[in-house]
Design a protein around this ligand. Structure first.
Ligand code: ZN
Length: 184
């Protein structure tokens, strides 16, 4: 597929997708039959990061795999995330797997612990949060003390005169604060 007059693509990654932008650009140009807009947003579509190509929404991991395999993947060929992080679209994390096998892999698998999943969730939130967040220097040790003494996030936010999400982000940046905590 030939693209003429294509300008380099810039990406706005709105969902913390882990991706090689050069590869994604090549995949978009490979897929598209005409030049695409210079600015592309990566956004959540369902449970996975996606990009739009001429009104069509494509999941980033599937688009990349189609490009790497140089073919359009039929529905029954699914793309599995080896580390179970749906935002991680790096090549080494993805593999093509048939629908039936895929389901049983996830059913019997439980290859990863809940702890592992929690850490992935926290790391993803952290990447997303970093772009827009202002820095407030609330000492982690103080935060831990407040959390351990049962203070609510609202209480802590008021205490430091910041908003609720600032405290929540601070906790997300320091996953060890969650250990042994059930009310955050
Ligand atoms: Zn999978």
């Amino acid at each position: 597929m030939i693209v003429s007059y294509q300008k380099p693509i810039e990406f706005v990654n709105k969902c913390g997708c882990i991706v090689d932008y050069d590869e994604l650009e090549k995949a978009i140009l490979w897929y598209s039959e005409k030049p695409v807009t210079r600015l592309k947003t990566i956004y959540m579509h369902g449970r996975y990061p996606a990009v739009s190509i001429h009104e069509e929404k494509l999941h980033v991991h599937r688009l990349l795999m189609m490009y790497w395999e140089n073919r359009i993947l039929p529905r029954e060929e699914q793309v599995h995330h080896k580390d179970e992080n749906k935002l991680n679209a790096l090549r080494e994390n993805l593999e093509v797997i048939y629908e039936g096998e895929h389901q049983s892999l996830h059913n019997k698998g439980r290859k990863f612990t809940d702890e592992h999943r929690k850490k992935i969730g926290i790391a993803n939130k952290k990447r997303k949060g970093l772009k827009m967040k202002k820095q407030h220097n609330i000492p982690v040790e103080e935060l831990r003390t407040h959390l351990q003494s049962g203070k609510s996030i609202n209480w802590i936010a008021k205490h430091y005169s910041v908003d609720w999400s600032t405290i929540k982000n601070r906790i997300n940046e320091n996953p060890e604060l969650l250990e042994g905590e059930s009310n955050v």
